[in-house]
Design a protein around this ligand. Structure first.
Ligand SMILES: [Zn+2]
Length: 359
């Protein structure tokens, strides 16, 4: 669903903002921000066949739950409730109880209670004839998954409120979205400047969300004969420069720039960071920072973002070989030791047009 975003108040009143930028802000005002969730979070739930039976005598319920659970613990299915109410199912009995999982080879034939519940261990008095049901195989991670799962069998759900807010588009305030739009506009602008010098039209901006300060901005610099200088790599290097490090020289690309740290001259920055405590507190270049980039980063850039401990990435449009949603979801990879949030869709149309224009 498209949300219409009016131009922000700040934009109108700020005399520092150049005129052309103000015009662009108010023209490009409809985009959606979407979380790029992990594979587990975004997939549909899968179902397993199980046997359930009606509880004919309600007062036997707790005894039956105890005895059946002792025989069929359903250890891997802790998210499933053992008993469901049948009030609104037009059923003659009030409750149904999950007995055990069905084996694939038993398909079609529904065993009797005595086949499912060993006599002597379960007194099946109070239960009706078993029947097949479909139950969700994994705990739901998102609200849409929870709703889908519960339609089959009641499921417990430990809601991640942040994810729910992100999925319903409520995670970011109007002010935050206006700010995001401005950062992405800067990324688009720097991408255009890079493209005018023969590079691919990709631009990136690093922001410290704690101070709302733009730390560095850069564009793809592969025309400088370094095939590794994708916009993200350029920007990480610029942030490193800002901290007194950095490996590359961007003198021929003045649009690739960083804002000197207010903590004094950048020449001693790195020395300060590495001081006394030594390698045990080795700083990660992008800890706590946000990256705005016109299009989805590739694998190399996504891994560089893992290594530099980025906090959040916002990109405009997906890339066919993208590693933050399209081909891979490096930011959610379980066996990597850093994970971060990724959102897509900020000024998607403009970012898409940028690619088309310079291709
Ligand atoms: Zn890349």
């Amino acid at each position: 669903m498209k949300e219409h975003m009016p131009p922000s108040q700040e934009d109108e009143g700020s005399p520092a903002e150049p005129k052309c930028k103000r015009r662009r802000s108010s023209e490009s005002c409809s985009w959606d921000i979407l979380p790029v969730l992990s594979e587990e979070e975004s997939q549909r739930i899968t179902l397993l066949q199980a046997y359930a039976a009606p509880v004919l005598s309600k007062k036997e319920t707790s005894r039956l739950v105890r005895e059946v659970s002792a025989v069929h613990s359903l250890k891997s299915l802790q998210h499933l409730k053992r008993v469901r109410a049948c009030k609104d199912r037009g059923s003659p009995h009030p409750l149904e109880m999950l007995l055990c999982l069905a084996l694939a080879k038993e398909k079609g034939h529904v065993p009797s209670l005595s086949e499912l519940l060993p006599e002597g261990q379960v007194n099946s008095c109070g239960l009706g004839q078993p029947f097949l049901v479909l139950v969700p195989s994994c705990p739901p991670l998102t609200r849409p998954q929870f709703q889908e799962a519960s339609a089959h069998w009641p499921t417990s759900f430990h809601e991640n409120k942040e994810v729910t807010k992100a999925l319903t588009g409520q995670q970011f305030s109007r002010e935050e979205k206006a700010r995001m739009q401005r950062y992405m506009e800067q990324a688009i602008e720097v991408a255009q400047q890079g493209a005018e010098r023969g590079n691919e039209a990709v631009g990136a901006v690093f922001v410290d969300p704690a101070t709302e300060e733009v730390l560095a901005m850069g564009h793809d610099c592969r025309k400088s004969n370094n095939p590794l200088l994708h916009a993200t790599m350029v920007c990480i290097d610029l942030v490193a420069h800002r901290q007194g490090g950095g490996a590359y020289n961007f003198d021929s690309y003045p649009s690739c720039s960083f804002v000197a740290s207010v903590k004094g001259n950048s020449g001693t920055g790195a020395a300060d960071l590495f001081d006394d405590a030594g390698s045990s507190v080795l700083p990660y270049i992008c800890t706590g920072y946000d990256l705005y980039i016109t299009r989805e980063p590739c694998i190399m850039c996504a891994m560089a973002l893992v290594h530099s401990r980025i906090q959040r990435v916002f990109y405009g449009t997906p890339s066919p070989d993208g590693a933050l949603g399209t081909r891979y979801k490096i930011h959610t990879q379980k066996d990597l030791n850093h994970h971060f949030q990724v959102f897509r869709g900020i000024l998607e149309e403009q970012c898409q047009q940028l690619r088309e224009k310079w291709h």
